[in-house]
Write a protein that binds this ligand. Structure first.
Ligand SMILES: [Mg+2]
Ligand SMILES: [Zn+2]
Length: 190
């Protein structure tokens, strides 16, 4: 069908995606009592260095890009929904991200969207026609890796001193390195 041609005139490829965790991947974590936590105010929200170039590279490779974030401080009353919305707005303005999804729940809510469960990835894949088995999850915690694996994605851990030892298909020091890995895998015709 003519309608399947994209702007380059090629037949539209089956959609592949990169699912990106937010805190520690897109923006810096805030260390509280030695633990990596989410920013709770816009004054604490700062992009990780190099994130724009890395995300642009993935976009240029033809990937759908989604941010999938646990924000249990919403359920705990430590974080206002308006603040999360403002952070989502900042991400969408700065980066070519297709959608940002947030799980507002805590463990006791037993929801399907809180990572390590794969609900956010599965729902986005259904909405956007993404093939999860050809897609990637990038994160900085075991919950990201477990959610990506449960969804059927290849998983890439950004190495931090707080995530040593967690299982992942690949480990890379920075988002730029993770983007380079994904591009090389795609060039290999995987
Ligand atoms: Mg994180
Ligand atoms: Zn949830």
């Amino acid at each position: 069908m003519d309608g399947d041609a994209d702007s380059d005139g090629r037949a539209a490829a089956i959609a592949r995606a990169v699912f990106l965790d937010r805190d520690g991947v897109i923006n810096r974590v805030v260390m509280r009592l030695g633990r990596p936590e989410s920013p709770r105010a816009m004054s604490e929200f700062a992009f990780e260095p190099g994130v724009a170039a890395a995300v642009e590279r993935l976009k240029a490779a033809g990937l759908r890009l989604f941010v999938v974030s646990n924000q249990p401080d919403l359920a705990r009353g430590k974080l206002a929904p308006e603040t999360v919305a403002a952070m989502t707005g900042a991400i969408m303005r700065a980066l070519p991200i297709d959608a940002v999804r947030v799980c507002p729940h805590d463990d006791r809510d037993d929801c399907g969207c809180r990572k390590p469960r794969p609900g956010m990835l599965v729902e986005l894949a259904r909405e956007y026609g993404v093939v999860l088995g050809d897609s990637f999850m990038i994160g900085d915690s075991w919950k990201d890796m477990a959610a990506g694996r449960a969804a059927g994605c290849a998983t890439i851990m950004l190495e931090r001193d707080y995530n040593c030892g967690a299982a992942a298909d690949y480990r890379r020091p920075t988002l730029a390195d993770a983007a380079a890995l994904i591009v090389s895998i795609m060039d290999g015709g995987r």
